[in-house]
Design a protein. Structure first.
Length: 94
């Protein structure tokens, strides 16, 4: 069985089989400007919940409380990430 070797520049002084190199986690320098993976995951989940509750509200008008609760959770997470609501309100559509 033949295993290709990775480029020595990537592997350093040691030679690592390509299979192991592909499984190895990529290590990057983490700066203060990064967003926590947990916060990103929670925000994506909250956005999905908000989307589902909005779509459900189209069929079930009594879901308004759920839409507001899911929207508030999403807003809380987005503000944790540093987002702020814009001051300008979009034009109301008929």
């Amino acid at each position: 069985m033949h295993i290709e070797m990775t480029d020595r520049r990537l592997a350093g002084d040691t030679i690592i089989p390509r299979v192991e190199a592909e499984r190895a986690p990529i290590r990057r320098q983490v700066s203060d400007d990064t967003i926590s993976p947990h916060l990103l995951r929670d925000t994506a989940r909250a956005a999905g919940m908000f989307q589902r509750s909005v779509l459900g509200h189209l069929d079930h008008k009594e879901w308004l409380g759920r839409v507001r609760a899911d929207g508030q959770r999403l807003m809380d997470l987005l503000s944790e990430m540093g987002f702020t609501p814009s001051e300008a309100r979009p034009d109301a559509r008929s």
